[in-house]
Design a protein around this ligand. Sequence first.
Ligand SMILES: Nc1ncnc2c1ncn2[C@@H]1O[C@H](COP(=O)(O)OP(=O)(O)OP(=O)(O)O)[C@@H](O)[C@H]1O
Ligand SMILES: [Mg+2]
Length: 451
Amino acid sequence: MTDKPKLLIVEDDLGLQSQLRWHFDQYEIIVAGNRVDAVDAIQLHEPPLVLQDLGLPPDDEGVDEGFRCIREISTLAPNTKIIVMTGNADYENAVRAVAMGAYDFYQKPVNSETLDLILQRAYHIFELEEQNRRLQEQRQEPLEGIIACDPTMMKICRTIEKLAPSIVTCTLTGESGTGKEVLARALHQLSSRHEGRMVAINCAAVPENLMESELFGYEKGAFTGANKRTLGKVETASGGTLFLDEIGDMPLALQAKLLRFLQERVIERVGGREEIPVDVRVVCATNKDLQKMVQEQTFREDLYYRICEMEIHIPPLRDRQGDKLLLARHFLRKFTEQNNSQVTGFSSEAVDAIEAYDWPGNIREMENRVKRSVVMADDKLISSEDLGLVSDESLNINLRQVRQNAEKNAILRALAMKEGNISAASKLLGVTRPTLYDLIKKYNIQVAITE
Ligand SMILES: Nc1ncnc2c1ncn2[C@@H]1O[C@H](COP(=O)(O)OP(=O)(O)OP(=O)(O)O)[C@@H](O)[C@H]1O
Ligand SMILES: [Mg+2]
C-alpha cells in the first residue's frame, strides 16, 4: 500500500511505457497496453488519473479504439480525469476526445515537465471535486438507516426530526414498501423516548375478536383461557412509542375504544375495572386512503383527526429523484458484503432498467430484487436479467421516462441556479413563463418560486 495517487497509463509502446513509468515516481503507476486491460484496471484500482494514448491496438494508426476506451472509462469512472495523448498536429481528434469526456489532451512528443503540470492540475481538480462530493453528501444526510437524496424525502426527514421531541400523533401514509415503518422507527429513535420501547401492532393481522385484549390487555379470568393478568401493547409501550401499523384495517368497534384512549390517555384492561393512565407516543401507518374511508364511513372521522395531527405522505419510489440508483447501490453493497460475493456493480443496461422500471413494490421490491440478483449473477456486473427486469414494455417506458426525467431535472437545475426566479429560469431553459409554469405543475415540482 502506498499513499501516492494512482495513475493509469494506457500506452502500447513499450519504450514510452517505461519512460513514463520512470518519470512519474510521485504516482503509483499502473500500466495497461490496450483498452480491455485499461477497463479492468479502472475497475480494480479506480485511479483518479489516466494518461491515455489515442492510438491503441489493434487500431494503432487509427483512433477508434482510443475513443472507445475513453467512452468506457468515463462511463465506468465518471470522476476519473483522463488526459489523452495524441500524435503531433492531431488537433481535431484531441478536441473530439475532450468533447467525449477526456479532461485534457497533450500532443506528442512527450515533454515530461509539461505533462507533470497537466497531471498535477488534473489531480488537484479531482481532489476538489471529491471534497465537494463529500461535503454535499454530509449536508444532505437524511436520517440514520434512511437512504435518500430526493428533495421530498429530505423534507420528510427534516419534518421527522422536528416532530420527534413532541408528543404530536403522526400518521405515515404511502404505498406498501415505501418505508413507513423505518420512518416510524426513526421518529422513535430521535425522540426523548428512545430508551423506552417502540411496540408495534399490525391491525390487519390481529383477528377482530382478539384486538381489544391485544391492545389493552386483560385481567385473570376475563374470559376462558385468561389464566393470568396480561398487559396489552399500549401498556407495554409505556414510556416509549406505540406503532399502530395498518391503522386503516382497525375494526370500527375498536376505533371507538382507541379514540377514547387517545383522548383520555387511560386504558381499561379487558375484564378489569380500573382506569390505568399510560404515557405513550402514538404513531400510525397505513397504505389506505383514510379520507376516502371517512367518506365511506368505514373510518371514524373523529379518530381520523385525532391520529392525523400530523400526516406525512411518503412518495412512492418511482416519484423520487435519484433514489432508485442510490438505493440499488446501497442494497448491492449490503448484499455483496453479506454474501462475500464477487459482484462489483450493475451493467449499464441494468442501470437503465432500474431507472425505467416503476417499482410498484417500492423499496421492499428493490431490496428483494437486488438481493436475488447478487445470488443469481454469473458475472461481476449484475444484468437486467439478474434483476428480472427485461421486457419490451420496459424499453418502451424507458425512452419516455428518460425524456421526462431529463426534462424535470433540467427544470429543477434551472430553478436552483436562478433561486426559484421564474423569469430567469424560463429564459435559461428557452421556454416562455407560462410553459415553465405548466411544466412545474406537470412534474409536481415543489420549490419556492418568485416572479
Ligand atoms: N429510505 C430507505 N432506505 C433504506 N431502506 C429502506 C428505505 N425505505 C424502506 N427501506 C427498507 O425497505 C423495506 C420496506 O420498508 P418498510 O417496512 O418500512 O415499508 P412499509 O411502508 O412499512 O411497507 P408496508 O406498507 O408494506 O408495511 C424495509 O426492509 C426497510 O428497511
Ligand atoms: Mg409496514
